[in-house]
Design a protein around this ligand. Structure first.
Ligand SMILES: O=C([O-])CC(=O)C(=O)O
Ligand SMILES: [Mg+2]
Length: 646
């Protein structure tokens, strides 16, 4: 075993001429933790990579700097867990500049390396081999016992934000334990690392910030984004979640503090969808904030200026999008998250044809809601086309869901899309969206301007339109009042009511309100979780119509098929796959979404359906197509169990 920080030099002469990513084939060899770091003039080129599974590290690479081509696989195609068995430098010729040095992460630094640290689970042999003697107390415990202990200590915290911080600390200390905890206790911990607690974390991000967990790209980095991406320690990135912080959940403009969202979403990519953590990159674009409170907050971590708009904004985003493609190729998935309406639609339209992108708030939410509706119809009866839909909120989520419903109706009935759209009405802050308002409407609302009398109040719209389904995407809490819910219950035997705004404080109504005011007849789902409600001796379990059901599986499907574009049909496929996972047993309990505890299986099915669609549409580059896509998806999934280092 090479001792700590001992190094030798190597260069890239053996691989010059190849511009493809390369990897050293180390498969099947027992693991070690070997660090490769760029030194010298190229130190700022960031190249820090850990090699695992190599008990005789890089023996083929000689100290005089030559390297045999035999070490190098110019076309690594392995995905998922197998990739951890490879040295994934993913470096191209121009990145691979001499000299490199080889050093070993062991001893004290190994305990501080979250990707390899196992804490008390290092066994006796590992403690000897890796210079850990004396650095740990004598006891050796299993990962299972570590999970039990961590859950015990997290449960001691009464305040959700403290639980959140404990989880973030664990992620920084021991990544595999963090994911094991999250996967094994997903229903309990989802509300901690995700909505609603992540909303509070973003609001307070300035004061709780400890270490960067993602990349901050601000206007100061303009002209240098390509270099900034190289500062990130991992090169083989498969998914980026990016926000500009302007519309964080239903909490509005949180500027640079929106970073909590990409971090949270990507931890779900790994826990729920099985994408390797090292392949995930959280990014926050900081163009300023219009949030006065933050601008005046001495702990604010972002640029202290009002938001850049127009050309200045577009140029920074364009530089980012181009740099991402240049650094990671065209198969890197970019998820746009929590942008304000005015940028979200434009970015999606602009980059949807050149990059592998989707907007989670427009498309991910739409896909999950459509799945819930399809499942709800099994309880209520009728087809989608038999129903009338009313939305409160006509932003990304509202119009995104509306459009996907219309697309599905049009597919099912051969009805022209324009006709299908007439079954759907939207109310925004100025009232019902109608033809007479068309000139003053933002472009994404125009398709929903139907012939109708203007109506100002939601309750009047309910009574006027007589919807069977009411969906809240307004970002404004408590807007489904008693009057509104009672009106829905008067019109329908089983009113379908979804209050989707996040976090809980922004939900259009609570689960308890929906069940009580509808006298236990509502089929209810919300964006953030609510506890079961007891009403007149019956227990009602609300569904959680959150895009977390969709994006991890969607992302996995895109990655494993090597998709190069996202197509609406993939979102429909994801939606159908999710709806198909609701069992009779779930229905019997009144559930229209399957329980989150089965999410990895659900994600594998979603991934398989999305990948199948990618192949069908000719958008998949990974050939040949795996025979059994569900099995393949499961095979690709990251497993957080500790690896043995011997
Ligand atoms: O993050 C969530 O829980 C769902 C979502 O995308 C949003 O509300 O913007
Ligand atoms: Mg969002």
């Amino acid at each position: 075993m090479i001792s700590l920080h001992r190094s030798c030099f190597l260069n890239n002469t053996g691989i010059s001429g190849s511009s493809s990513p390369f990897s050293y084939k180390l498969k099947k060899l027992p693991p070690a933790s070997v660090k490769v770091t760029a030194l010298g003039p190229n130190r700022d080129r960031n190249s820090s990579v850990l090699i695992e599974n190599n008990n005789n590290p890089l023996k083929e690479i000689k100290e005089d700097g030559t390297s045999s081509v035999a070490d190098v696989d110019p076309n690594p195609t392995v995905t998922g867990e197998d990739r951890d068995l490879y040295y994934d430098a993913a470096a191209t010729d121009d990145q691979l500049v001499t000299p490199w040095s080889l050093s070993v992460a062991s001893g004290y630094s190994l305990l501080r390396d979250p990707h390899h640290n196992k804490g008390l689970a290092f066994n006796e042999k590992e403690r000897d081999s890796y210079y850990l003697r004396g650095l740990l107390p004598p006891t050796v415990i299993s990962q299972e016992l570590q999970v039990k202990k961590m859950m015990y200590s997290i449960r001691q915290y009464q305040v959700p934000l403290q639980k959140y911080m404990a989880m973030m600390d664990l992620q920084e200390l021991n990544e595999r334990l963090f994911y094991k905890l999250l996967i094994d206790n997903v229903e309990e911990l989802l509300p901690v690392v995700y909505t609603p607690t992540v909303g509070e974390a973003c609001q307070k991000y300035g004061s709780i910030f400890r270490r960067p967990q993602g990349l901050f790209i601000s206007l100061k980095e303009k002209g240098k984004i390509h270099e900034v991406l190289r500062n990130w320690p991992q090169r083989d990135i498969q998914v980026i979640v990016v926000t500009d912080g302007e519309r964080i959940l239903g909490l509005g403009d949180l500027g640079c503090q929106g970073m909590g969202i990409p971090i949270g979403k990507l931890s779900l990519y790994t826990a729920l969808g099985g994408v390797r953590p090292s392949a995930c990159l959280p990014v926050t674009i900081d163009v300023g904030t219009n949030n006065e409170q933050l601008l005046n907050d001495e702990f604010y971590i972002g640029l202290r200026r009002r938001r850049a708009t127009g050309q200045e904004y577009a140029e920074l985003m364009h530089e980012f999008m181009s740099a991402v493609k240049q650094n990671y190729g065209e198969k890197v998935l970019i998820q746009f998250e929590d942008f304000a309406n005015h940028n979200a639609f434009d970015l999606l339209a602009k980059y949807g044809t050149t990059h592998l992108v989707f907007n989670d708030d427009i498309q991910g939410t739409a896909s999950v809601v459509l799945a819930g509706l399809v499942a709800a119809l099994k309880v209520v009866g009728g087809t989608l086309a038999d129903h009338r839909f009313l939305f409160l909120g006509a932003g990304e989520a509202g119009t995104g869901i509306a459009e996907l419903i219309a697309l599905e109706i049009s597919k099912q009935t051969n009805m022209p899309l324009e006709e299908a759209r007439k079954k759907i009405s939207l109310v925004d802050s100025k009232g019902l969206i109608v033809k007479s308002r068309i000139d003053s409407l933002q472009h994404f609302k125009k398709p929903w301007a139907h012939d109708h009398e203007p109506i100002k109040k939601l309750v009047d719209a309910v009574n006027g339109i007589k919807p069977t389904v009411l969906i809240g995407t307004s970002g404004v809490g408590r807007t489904f009042t008693k009057e509104v819910v009672e009106a829905m219950a008067a019109l329908n035997e089983k009113p379908i009511i979804f209050s989707l705004s996040n976090p809980t404080s922004q939900s259009e109504c609570t689960a308890e309100e929906a069940y009580t005011w509808s006298e236990g007849r509502a089929i209810f789902a919300s964006g953030s979780p609510f506890d079961p409600v007891e009403y007149k001796g019956r227990v009602f379990v609300p569904g959680q119509a959150n895009n977390a059901y969709i994006f991890p599986g969607l992302g996995l499907g895109l990655i494993m098929s090597g998709a190069i574009r996202v197509h609406d049909d993939m979102l429909l496929a994801a939606s159908e796959a999710l709806a198909a996972q609701v069992t009779q047993e779930n229905f019997d309990k009144g559930l229209i979404y399957p329980p989150f505890r089965n999410i990895r299986k659900i994600s594998a099915h979603i991934a398989a359906s999305v990948a199948a669609k990618a192949y069908e549409l000719g958008l998949a580059t990974r050939q040949p197509q795996p025979k059994d896509l569900v099995k393949y998806a499961e095979h690709c999934m990251y497993n957080p169990a500790y690896q043995s280092y011997r």
